[in-house]
Design a protein around this ligand. Structure first.
Ligand SMILES: CCc1ccc([C@H](C)CC(=O)N[C@@H]2O[C@H](CO)[C@@H](O)[C@H](O)[C@H]2O)cc1
Length: 789
């Protein structure tokens, strides 16, 4: 490895060791790892072709990958070798790893799930390809200016993205707009705009390199790079116009993760990558198969939410307009290939495109959607329609065009059947299945928590890395004092690492023996960061009133971005920072309570925060969080959960046992019922002197004396609407936090509960999730011989 690094430094970067920067060393290390990776990648790709085995195509607008050096080195079993080689070269592995920017090609849960799925598909040896967009700018960088979020463009591609291979030979025309003519029984689409989709491939190598798949991200290129005539006329802007227009399509990730934008560019982004992917998988299929009618036996296409739902009409378009199948046959054939995953029940997140806009961008597809609707209505009278009230409902389209639809947790899937797709569920009672989410333990334990994963491997061997159920053997250790001490020591080491980082980057000192109480996720009203900060103020009030009451010292840690246009979420960020400033400078409570909110939460920050957490905040309004995946990461890393019966919290509590979970709050049914009671919020506030006092302090400007009225709106909204029932769950949340305080005082018992959490997470591996999709939806097998998995 040492020689390979030096060779890459010299011939890849043209540098000698003496004059190399951290960037140069990182590039040299990455190139050395990449070489090893390719030696696993190419044989897998060849075998996938040669075997003609069925492939999974995972279409997602987002892949929240994070950093790759450590993950690649770990999956190839080269971490120690890399560390040793760099040490010999006088370099520090940690410093070099830290230099890599995150690939932040996603907003949150949906994007990260796609990344975990890619790791599991490769580790399980299932031939698969991820298809997405190569955004020039990923999710914005967040900073706080006077406590308020400001966004800056993310710039991951400003330096060489070493893990990708450009595929200039893989290009497809993507057309938009124009009109459709019908003659001699055929449709002829005459588009007004064409761009070229070009492929960039990133290898995805599974554990121990036994199989490799590809993540193919599309970039947009103009059909005509440069308009020399305009240039010669001195019209320089016109000269570069087509290129600028084309590049706009993949310029930036839309930063909204719960509200559909309705922007034309977003629709073009969705069609751009979906059409390129469909054209690409059909080319691959037809290169080894003659009869297009056998496509469903060779391709399982999974839609990651409705964002690629245009895949249905696009496949039908190609089958009818290019391969001359009948409309009905084409629709049925496409349906046998397609699966659709729903990730949210929030009405504002369900994509509904105005028909006029849709028809302007995709006139032929609108025609085909009419055919799909008519075909479905012919078979199911009175069925919900895709085209309704002047909108194209992408949820209905995805449902009707898929042979299987799944929710992402047991509760969510149940609610999908009862609410958003109730009518369609009645018509197609077998179509909706559950696939509870999961996480890859390679990144979310093996790589991010070497202290704990090392201890586990010493005790159990490393079988757990590919079979997480093996962790259940640790349940027998809850009484093993020595083992528990090592378990606690690992947690404390991670807390010290975090405390040092917080002091270095924020100048705030935190006590590693305090309870680290962490809420990290996108800022959204349904996730109720607001309730968390209200509870924090209530706790602060009590601590100030009785500083010697034997409090459990706490560090409240927040992390998360708000969509730039989501003003209430931005107000909540402002409030958290205002409260933090006052509490962190309070002499009375300085050793009892601190509030820390590091800016720019991302995958890499999660990998530092989660191993250091004692308490995991999963406090969404019941019925709103489809699953959550952070909840699984925390429990796996030995944190206890305080949470509602929402999403996958329900299943986590079932697996860890009610005694090892701090449950509070209304259930999803009770939430629906409570909302029917007029003035429920005001009543709840009047019933809680503690909450009343906190709201009074906030509305009077206790945390923003220089801008008294700052939170009048926010508090007013709680009194008048409180759609997410912060007021109704506040007291039980507060009391449950106090129960956690008491529990934390008994370190041994807390350690035993934490150990049971870690030991009970086997079910929540994304390997189990992918096996579920493979069995219930995709009907695919592994290329790794039986028993090799
Ligand atoms: C159109 C704008 C938009 C963009 C993204 C989304 C995603 C579906 C939001 C999302 O990330 N949902 C989360 O998906 C996770 C993976 O299944 C779940 O664990 C989370 O509960 C869910 O909120 C909705 C709407």
């Amino acid at each position: 490895m040492k020689d390979e690094i030096l060779r890459h430094l010299r011939y890849g970067l043209g540098k000698d060791a003496a004059h190399s920067s951290v960037y140069d060393w990182r590039m040299a290390l990455s190139r050395a790892l990449r070489d090893r990776m390719v030696d696993h990648w190419i044989p897998s790709t060849q075998e996938a072709y040669a075997s003609g085995s069925k492939r999974v195509y995972y279409l997602s607008m987002e892949f929240l990958i994070g950093r790759l050096v450590e993950d690649m080195a770990s999956n190839l079993g080269l971490v120690d070798e890399a560390k040793a080689a760099l040490k010999e070269l006088g370099q520090d592995y940690e410093t070099i790893v830290k230099d890599e920017p995150d690939a932040a090609l996603g907003n949150g849960g949906l994007g990260r799930l796609a990344a975990c799925f890619m790791d599991s598909l490769a580790t399980l040896g299932i031939p698969a390809m991820g298809y997405g967009i190569r955004y020039e700018h990923g999710l914005f960088e967040q900073d706080f200016v006077e406590g308020q979020q400001v966004e800056r463009p993310e710039t991951w591609l400003q330096q060489d993205h070493i893990w990708e291979f450009e595929r200039p030979e893989v290009q497809y025309p993507i057309t938009f707009g124009g009109h459709v003519e019908h003659h001699d029984g055929k449709a002829h689409w005459h588009p007004s705009e064409t761009v070229i989709a070009t492929a960039f491939d990133t290898p995805v190598i599974g554990w121990e390199g036994r199989w490799g798949n590809t993540l193919r991200l599309w970039a947009a290129m103009p059909t005509k790079v440069f308009d020399l005539a305009s240039f010669n006329r001195g019209d320089y802007l016109a000269a570069g116009r087509s290129e600028a227009l084309a590049r706009t399509i993949c310029r930036v990730l839309y930063p909204d993760d719960t509200t559909e934008t309705g922007k034309e560019l977003r629709l073009k982004q969705e069609y751009f990558f979906t059409s390129a992917s469909i054209q690409d998988l059909l080319r691959r299929f037809l290169s080894t198969h003659a009869d297009i009618r056998t496509l469903p036996d060779a391709a399982a296409i999974q839609l990651n939410d409705t964002h690629p739902a245009i895949a249905g009409p696009e496949l039908v378009r190609v089958l009818v307009d290019k391969h001359e199948l009948g409309m009905d046959e084409a629709i049925a054939l496409a349906r046998r290939c397609l699966g659709y995953t729903n990730h949210t029940l929030l009405p504002e997140a369900l994509e509904r495109w105005p028909e006029w806009l849709f028809g302007r961008v995709l006139p032929r597809h609108l025609e085909i959607i009419r055919e799909i609707d008519a075909d479905h209505l012919r078979r199911h009278e009175g069925a919900p329609k895709i085209l309704d009230h002047g909108n194209v409902n992408m949820g209905e389209l995805a449902f009707i065009m898929a042979h299987k639809v799944n929710g992402v947790s047991a509760l969510h899937t149940d609610l999908v059947k009862k609410t958003v797709f109730n009518d369609l569920h009645k018509i197609h009672p077998q179509r909706i299945v559950n696939q509870t989410n999961g996480i890859t333990q390679r990144r979310w334990l093996k790589t991010c928590n070497p202290a704990l994963s090392g201890l586990i491997t010493r005790e159990l061997g490393n079988g757990w890395v590919t079979d997480l159920d093996l962790l259940s053997q640790l349940k027998s250790r809850t009484g093993d004092v020595a083992f528990k001490e090592e378990f606690v020591a690992a947690k404390r080491a991670n807390k010290v690492r975090l405390a040092n980082w917080v002091t270095e980057t924020m100048g705030i000192s935190i006590d590693p023996d305090a309870m680290f109480d962490v809420q990290i996720k996108r800022i959204h009203e349904y996730k109720r960061q607001l309730m968390n900060i209200l509870e924090t103020v209530a706790l602060w009030n009590e601590m100030r009133a009785h500083p010697d009451a034997g409090w459990t010292p706490r560090v409240k840690i927040f992390g998360g971005k708000a969509a730039p246009g989501y003003h209430v979420a931005k107000e909540i960020i402002h409030l958290i920072n205002d409260v933090a400033a006052v509490i962190n400078s309070d002499e009375i409570t300085k050793d009892l309570l601190k509030v820390v909110y590091p800016p720019n939460y991302n995958v890499t920050m999660a990998e530092v925060l989660i191993p250091a957490a004692d308490l995991s905040e999963q406090i969404s309004t019941a019925g709103k969080e489809a699953s959550g995946t952070g909840n699984m990461k925390f429990a796996l890393n030995g944190a206890l959960t305080i949470g509602t019966l929402d999403g996958a919290n329900v299943e986590i509590r079932e697996h860890v046992g009610p005694e090892n979970f701090f449950l509070f709050g209304l259930t999803a049914e009770e939430v629906m019922e409570r909302r029917t009671q007029p003035g429920f919020a005001r009543a709840a506030i009047e019933a809680s002197p503690r909450l009343q006092r906190v709201l009074g302090q906030i509305v009077e400007g206790r945390f923003c004396p220089q801008d008294q009225g700052r939170y009048h709106g926010l508090v007013g909204m709680l009194y008048d609407s409180d759609y997410f029932l912060v007021t109704c769950d506040f007291d039980s949340y507060y009391d449950t936090q106090r129960r956690a305080d008491e529990a934390y005082k008994n370190a041994r018992n807390w350690a035993a509960m934490a150990l049971v959490n870690t030991a009970s997470m086997g079910f929540f591996s994304s390997d189990r999730t992918i096996k579920g999709y493979a069995h219930d939806i995709w009907h695919v097998g592994s290329r790794l011989g039986a028993g090799e998995e």
